[in-house]
Design a protein around this ligand. Structure first.
Ligand SMILES: [Ca+2]
Ligand SMILES: [Ca+2]
Ligand SMILES: [Ca+2]
Length: 283
């Protein structure tokens, strides 16, 4: 597998150099102003299409490591040779520390002091001072319009699993966090904090889990009411999502048969950012 991956990367690098020599890489880097919470995929400068059948090779490369390579990826879709698609662009960003942006329909979610979560997160991308906290029966919606031409989308955010979420099973379990783009599911996994033996279907990839079953505020401390935190922008599930429309409706919800009251269990999102690019993964 390592040899195959190496060959693919070598082929990609050779093509990228050829394009550079031909002067094809005419696009600039993103003008992101997010203060540095991008990872390597987010830094990709989506390239050009020179009419070569690169889609299969690119998809194979994505499939091997779960994400697109960081530099000089070749856009797999373009109408004609020489078309230049925009690079990775930030189309929405919200620290969720002040008034809610107009693109957000929060339902019962409320900007709330993040308590112990304020110390949690990557440097420069921690929770707080406030985050958008919701009941387990609620959906909030982010509606984006006027998106630039693109073929892929990344969604980055911090996720707080607060208090006695109960994972998979019979009531009070059945606490599934779901994310949908244009009503297509992108992510749906159960989360469990209350008891160590409960089933949490979510098995976070390396770098995603920030805290697990520790006291970060709200109900508790201790007992069923420990808390967890995740950096979802690192999960490949939220990267290189195939998307092309000029509008996008993102829904974030906690759903399932285990809905309980806000003081028993809740969830929150912070530092929400959406970027578009041209590195769609294989469907
Ligand atoms: Ca708690
Ligand atoms: Ca509960
Ligand atoms: Ca529950």
């Amino acid at each position: 597998m390592a040899l195959v991956k190496s060959i693919l990367r070598t082929n990609k690098a050779a093509r990228a150099l050829a394009f550079l020599a031909a002067g094809a890489l005419a696009v600039g880097c993103s003008d992101d102003d997010d203060g540095g919470r991008r990872n390597d995929a987010g830094q990709s400068m989506a390239g050009t299409d020179a009419g070569t059948p690169d889609a299969n090779i690119q998809d194979a490369a994505i499939g091997l490591d779960g994400r697109a390579d960081a530099t000089a990826d070749i856009a797999p879709q373009s109408d004609a040779p020489g078309d230049v698609l925009p690079p990775t662009m930030t189309v929405f960003t919200a620290s969720l520390d002040e008034a809610l942006p107009p693109e957000v329909a929060p339902g019962d979610c409320v900007l709330t002091p993040s308590q112990g979560y304020a110390t949690v997160g990557p440097e420069g991308d921690k929770f707080g001072p406030t985050f958008l906290r919701c009941s387990t029966s609620n959906t909030f919606t982010l509606t984006l319009t006027g998106l630039p031409p693109h073929t892929s989308m990344n969604i980055e955010f911090l996720f707080a699993a607060i208090d006695s979420l109960d994972g998979t099973g019979a009531f009070p379990a059945g606490d599934f966090f779901g994310v949908y783009v244009d009503n297509v599911v992108v992510f749906k996994e159960s989360f469990a904090n209350a008891v160590a033996t409960q089933i949490q279907t979510y098995n976070p990839p390396v770098g995603v889990e920030l805290a697990r079953r520790v006291d970060l505020g709200f109900s508790g401390p201790g007992g069923f009411y420990t808390d967890s935190a995740y950096n979802m922008g690192v999960d490949p599930a939220f990267r290189d999502i195939p998307h092309t429309g000029a509008t996008a409706v993102l829904k974030f919800t906690l759903e399932g048969g285990g809905i309980q009251s806000l003081d028993d269990e809740s969830w929150a999102i912070d530092n929400l950012r959406v970027t578009t690019g041209n590195t769609p993964r294989a469907r």
